[in-house]
Ligand binder design. Structure first.
Ligand code: BG6
Ligand code: MG
Length: 220
């Protein structure tokens, strides 16, 4: 049996391909104001990459009040409705600089290309951006038991592409995401500031600087 791909590139979505990280944070901030729990701006980086319920738990941890599971579900639904509404006007114009070129370069090189997002809205976002067809595999966040920083999301992508984790490069903007990639045994590219993403193998300011072939030369 021949393997389909020698190597693979596994991208996060929110904050890497499009600036939805800001929209997620805004929706959490609004919910915090509505329900009267504190929102520490420092929490922004910690919320990035966490699943919807893990994000809510982190938000509520800053409050002394107790909320039962039914109320928590209502809060999560409320935040999601606001977030989904903010996607309505999204289009290809919302791709971050270098995103389309980076994805197309991976395809042109013949390597595997997967999406490993924690978002259950990932397919909607990919469709709105007009890039869903570029991916060989999109991890279904609803089927992930342990969200980032656990490695499960990235490992699920590697498994679907049938590529060993050590031959995969993960690309992330979140601290939890970089941790997920590293504990999956993959090479981690952080997108953002080196101060925040110091655990990554390489940090780039955005995807314009991503050169797939040069990155593969850095693999062991
Ligand atoms: C991640 C975002 O990609 O998806 C998080 O970085 C978000 O901020 C998570 O909480 C889950 O998204 P959703 O759309 O399923 O609520
Ligand atoms: Mg992200």
């Amino acid at each position: 049996m021949t393997l389909r791909f020698t190597h693979a590139f596994i991208f996060d979505l929110d904050g890497v391909i499009t600036d939805t990280a800001t929209q997620h944070l805004q929706a959490w901030h609004n919910l915090a104001l509505e329900i009267g729990v504190p929102f520490d701006p420092q929490m922004g980086e910690k919320l990035k990459g966490l699943s919807r319920m893990d994000s809510l738990e982190l938000l509520l941890a800053g409050s002394k009040r107790h909320f039962d599971d039914r109320i928590k579900q209502q809060f999560a639904d409320r935040k999601n409705a606001a977030y989904v509404q903010s996607l309505a006007r999204m289009s290809a114009a919302d791709l971050l600089p270098g995103a389309l070129d980076a994805l197309q370069a991976v395809r042109a090189g013949g390597w595997g290309l997967a999406l490993a997002s924690a978002s259950k809205n990932a397919m909607t976002v990919l469709d709105r951006l007009g890039i869903a067809h570029l991916f060989h595999h999109v991890v279904d966040a609803a089927r992930i038991a342990r969200g980032k920083p656990d490695p499960e999301t990235f490992l699920a992508a590697a498994q679907a592409l049938d590529v060993f984790p050590t031959r995969c490069i993960g690309i992330e903007d979140a601290v939890a995401g970089v941790q997920s990639i590293r504990s999956a045994g993959m090479f981690a590219v952080g997108i953002g500031s080196a101060e925040v993403l110091g655990a990554a193998d390489l940090v780039l300011p955005d995807l314009t600087a991503l050169q797939p072939e040069a990155l593969l030369r850095r693999l062991p």
